[in-house]
Design a protein around this ligand. Structure first.
Ligand code: GLN
Length: 487
């Protein structure tokens, strides 16, 4: 038996019966990293020794009769924009190097407290800006279904780690689609919770009013387990909520009677025809299983991408201002020149092209006289989009559509064309702008590559989207996909 095929529930049964030890499972995953990551490049840091130490301690607890629950003995990968005390944290930027986090992000602490074994830190687009993971200053991560293609981004390393069985589950962050889009391109499940569900404390900020941490897994139930472990109010993040979480029984409620809205605009001209076909087939399958499909229009949704890039660039210019070479990283220019020369030298050297582009754009949209016209206006319109989505949810329980317009594209294909790259997020960004939970899951294949579908729910409606996703998964059988055509 390959232990890497086991779900969390199956692992827990094997731990309880003593068929497996946490050490055996952890070392199977570490072996997989040794074997596969040379070609895939999902990890920036592997914490082999620490992971084996954690596994040993968990086995000791099993020997004392502890029942495995939560994430007990679950090997997990963490996107490298979340702090883990005592370990290198890069956000895939050179400007932070050689930063070692002095504290642990709340979400990471929560998975550890729940018993997860942390295998390492995964690659991403620099500061989570991008849709292909090609903006990392360190390495390019390959898609395990076809290593000439991108895994999506920005949480590409986490998506690949899960899809190629180099971790059972992973944490990513999603500001405009960075969990759902790579999940879609790699054939795994990825959830962006409602803003405020999960603490952002210890997450290196991209866009503070949109960033949210969430799970990757190979099936909906495992994603739910990680979600349950990380949610909740946190004194270190004032935007977290007291809102009650979700009961696991939603996973077995099924699709019968569920009202599934379908946004007509989600079938854009220019979208891959085969991806469109998979979405139509998924809707047909849901209808057959008793769901009611409701065609809908939300005209303001199309503003989302434009609003997103005003808000993100503005907040990037503010959040990245602290990386001046004085407080973090290795200074490139000797102290003694003017402050302007000093920071210019450090930032030009330490920040990649996309980070520089957004800092410059955001400085403009926040500047005196323009902030009202751009940043503040974008936030006002964000509320309009949110209200229109909220109104739509009076008639439906969930919305369903494609996660991304295409399957995984070739490495290099969109790298020099930022606008085309931004369009990869056309279907994921609305959930961030309207502050809705959304989950991407496999719905089939096109061009021999995985296709993802996305369920969106009302604010704090994670229960509905987990119900829909688990119901669809049970009907379709598209679950626990493993990219075995590995280089
Ligand atoms: N691709 C989007 C961007 O470049 C989303 C990134 C994210 O969600 N972190 O901003």
């Amino acid at each position: 038996m390959d232990v890497k095929h086991l779900s969390i529930t199956e692992l827990h049964a094997a731990y309880t019966s003593r068929e497996l030890s946490v050490e055996a499972v952890t070392s199977a995953y570490l072996d997989s990293i040794t074997k596969r990551d040379g070609s895939l490049q999902a990890y920036l840091t592997v914490l082999g020794e620490a992971a084996m130490g954690q596994a040993d301690a968990l086995d000791e607890r099993l020997r004392h009769g502890e029942q495995p629950i939560g994430l007990f003995g679950v090997p997990i990968a963490i996107k490298d924009n979340m702090c883990l005390a005592g370990t290198r944290t890069t956000a895939a930027s050179k400007i932070l190097d050689p930063y070692v986090a002095p504290y642990t992000a709340t979400a990471v602490q929560k998975v550890a407290d729940s018993g997860a074994v942390i295998l390492g830190k995964t690659n991403l687009d620099e500061f989570a800006m991008g849709s292909s993971t090609e903006n990392s200053a360190y390495q390019k991560t390959a898609n395990p279904w076809d290593t000439t293609r991108v895994p999506g981004g920005s949480s590409g390393g986490s998506a690949v780690a899960v899809a190629s069985q180099q971790a059972l589950v992973a944490l990513g962050s999603d500001t405009g689609g960075s969990i759902r889009q790579p999940a879609s391109l790699c054939g795994v499940v990825g959830l962006k919770p409602t803003y405020g569900r999960v603490s952002r404390h210890g997450l290196i900020a991209l866009s503070s009013s949109l960033d949210q941490i969430g799970p990757f897994a190979r099936n909906v139930s495992d994603a739910f387990s990680v979600y349950q472990a990380i949610v909740g109010r946190d004194a270190y993040d004032a935007t977290t909520t007291e809102e009650a979480s979700v009961n696991r029984d939603v996973l077995t409620k099924g699709l019968a009677g569920l009202r599934v809205g379908f946004l007509e605009a989600a079938m854009l001209a220019g979208m891959d025809e085969e991806v469109k076909a998979r979405v139509q087939e998924a809707l047909a399958l849901m209808e057959k299983a008793g769901a009611k499909i409701v065609p809908l229009k939300i005209p303001s949704a199309k503003l989302s991408l434009a609003l997103y890039y005003v808000i993100v660039t503005s907040e990037v210019s503010s959040n990245l201002a602290r990386y001046d070479g004085l407080r973090y990283g290795v200074a490139q220019s000797p102290v003694g020149s003017t402050f302007q020369k000093f920071t210019t030298a450090n930032r030009s050297h330490g920040l990649g092209q996309e980070a520089q582009r957004r800092s410059i754009l955001g400085t403009y949209t926040l500047s005196k006289g323009y902030a009202d016209r751009y940043y503040n206006r974008a936030h006002e319109l964000m509320d309009v989009v949110a209200q229109d989505f909220a109104a739509a949810f009076r008639d439906v329980d969930v919305l369903f559509g494609p996660t991304a317009p295409t399957v995984a594209f070739k490495l290099g294909e969109k790298f020099n064309d930022p606008l085309t790259m931004y369009l990869s997020d056309i279907f994921t960004v609305p959930a961030n702008i309207a502050n809705l939970p959304a989950i991407s899951m496999p719905i089939g294949f096109a061009h021999q590559l995985p296709v993802g579908g996305q369920f969106m729910g009302p604010q704090f409606g994670e229960g509905q989207i987990f119900q829909a996703a688990a119901g669809y998964e049970a009907e379709s059988g598209f679950t626990n996909l493993v990219a075995d055509g590995l280089a």
